[in-house]
Design a protein around this ligand. Structure first.
Ligand code: SAH
Ligand code: TMP
Ligand code: ZN
Length: 405
């Protein structure tokens, strides 16, 4: 029996995705056919602290390095999201002598807003290429992994922080203990930790199993995050659902008693009880839905092929790696994947080796059907792709269910 990465109690495995590659390891042409790393991707539930987690995770250096493929600023919609996030922090959570620290600051998509407003900030970003992009925008960035030791160094060099922010990174870090101890030491007495990640409640409701990939070691709910916070003398003072990345939850956390607790917290706690967030049987039902979704997608792609339709993927997202490898999608079913990120273009998708092509090739000769891997950016994409739809192009989606529209 395996034990929980956080509380050490026994965990229950409930979903096996088989062998999976590193989700963001897009392969250059000269390395196709070479050795590729795979790990057994299995999901487990801890009935003691309610954390859903990967049983096995590749080492952090294999995932986050000088060739990290994900540049946050590729999406204008996300840039706007982080602008509003930063304004909310500046409005509500900083004092006259402020310091804001961001964990996983990537290319500076969030911190640029503090820089523009003249609020001192510091990024912590271990992937050297994206950290460099932030520095070139004038954003001070430490190129290291955040942990307790680094938090203490920051505190002695820069002083205590009003706010520690973390978007789409807390769920990446297996050593939560060190992170929470570090954050607690770094915060001013009334300081706040604000983090947001894909919400396990959304994943359950939408069967959006593609949120599950190597980088995401934890899948948070309020039920689990409250348990976590408690251990460090902290409490969740607010929760704010976010419409990005397919459904996220923002948790605002502070020292116990330092801030008023919003009524939203109790409301979500009650909702999670109704959703059976603490029930292993509910996790097993999810596993069944995932298998059904896979069967539906493969059946649909196979039918399209029989009809002689050309299918291309839209967006070589990290999430697509799980779908492609779990469902067994090959170039036989999906010719190529269109993506706007220069560092992914000309490469091949992890595991299945589907070619990644620049968006211009998609626009120059539309396929019959686009398989929407970037479904979390659907709103932005539908606005851009009127011409594709006018030309008769159709979308194949698989969240919340497999359908062609
Ligand atoms: N916050 C950005 C980037 C999310 S991607 C956004 O929401 O768009 C996750 C980022 O966290 C990557 O850039 C990765 O290099 C970084 N990261 C991974 N582990 C980390 C750790 N232990 N400490 C700090 N950053 C980390
Ligand atoms: P994400 O889902 O992890 O944010 O990644 C989105 C990926 O999709 C990224 O590689 C860029 C790509 N993309 C496009 O190709 N076209 C688009 O219009 C959008 C919004 C994203
Ligand atoms: Zn646990």
């Amino acid at each position: 029996m395996k034990t929980c990465r956080f509380c050490g109690d026994n965990i229950h495995e409930f979903l096996d995705f088989g062998k999976q590659p590193i989700a963001n390891a897009f392969i250059p042409p000269e390395q196709v056919g070479g050795d590729e790393y795979f790990f057994g991707m299995r999901l487990a539930f801890c009935p003691s602290c309610f954390l859903v987690q990967l049983v096995e995770q590749p080492s952090r250096e294999m995932m986050f390095h000088e060739n990290y493929a994900y540049f946050s600023s590729i999406s204008r919609y996300m840039a706007e999201h982080f602008r509003r996030f930063a304004l909310m922090v500046m409005d509500s959570y900083i004092d006259d002598d402020p310091l804001v620290v961001e964990i996983g600051s990537n290319d500076g998509i969030m911190l640029r807003n503090f820089a523009e407003a003249g609020v001192p900030s510091l990024g912590v970003e271990p992937s050297a290429n994206v950290a460099e992009a932030a520095r070139s925008r004038g954003i001070e960035t430490i190129c290291e992994f955040f942990d307790k030791d680094l938090a203490e160094r920051i505190r002695s060099e820069k002083g205590e922080a009003d706010a520690v922010l973390a978007a789409n990174v807390m769920c990446h870090i297996p050593y939560l203990d060190s992170v929470f101890e570090g954050v607690t030491a770094l915060l001013k007495p009334a300081g706040v930790l604000i983090f947001e990640d894909p919400y396990w409640g959304d994943i359950l409701e939408k069967t959006s199993y593609d949120q599950i990939y190597d980088e995401h070691v934890f899948y948070f709910s309020l039920t689990a995050v409250s348990f976590l916070a408690e251990r460090y003398g902290l409490e969740v003072i607010d929760v704010q659902p976010q419409p990005v990345h397919g459904g996220e939850m923002r948790y605002i956390i502070a020292r116990k008693g330092a801030h008023k607790v919003s009524g939203m917290v109790e409301a979500l706690r009650e909702k999670e009880k109704r959703m059976r967030m603490g029930d292993l049987e509910r996790m097993r039902e999810f596993a069944d839905s995932v298998a059904r979704s896979r069967d539906d997608l493969i059946r649909t792609l196979t039918d399209l092929k029989k009809q002689g339709k050309r299918v291309a993927g839209y967006g070589a997202t990290s999430k697509s790696t799980t779908v492609i490898n779990y469902c067994g999608i090959t170039t036989d079913l999906v010719e190529y994947i269109s993506d706007t990120t220069p560092s992914k273009q000309g490469r091949f998708s992890p595991g299945a080796h589907i070619p990644i092509k620049p968006y211009e090739e998609f626009a120059a000769a539309y396929p019959d059907v686009a398989l929407l891997f970037a479904w979390n950016h659907a709103e932005e994409i539908m606005k851009k792709e009127r011409r594709f739809m006018e030309a008769g192009g159709r979308w194949l989606k698989y969240v919340p269910k497999v359908e062609i529209s």
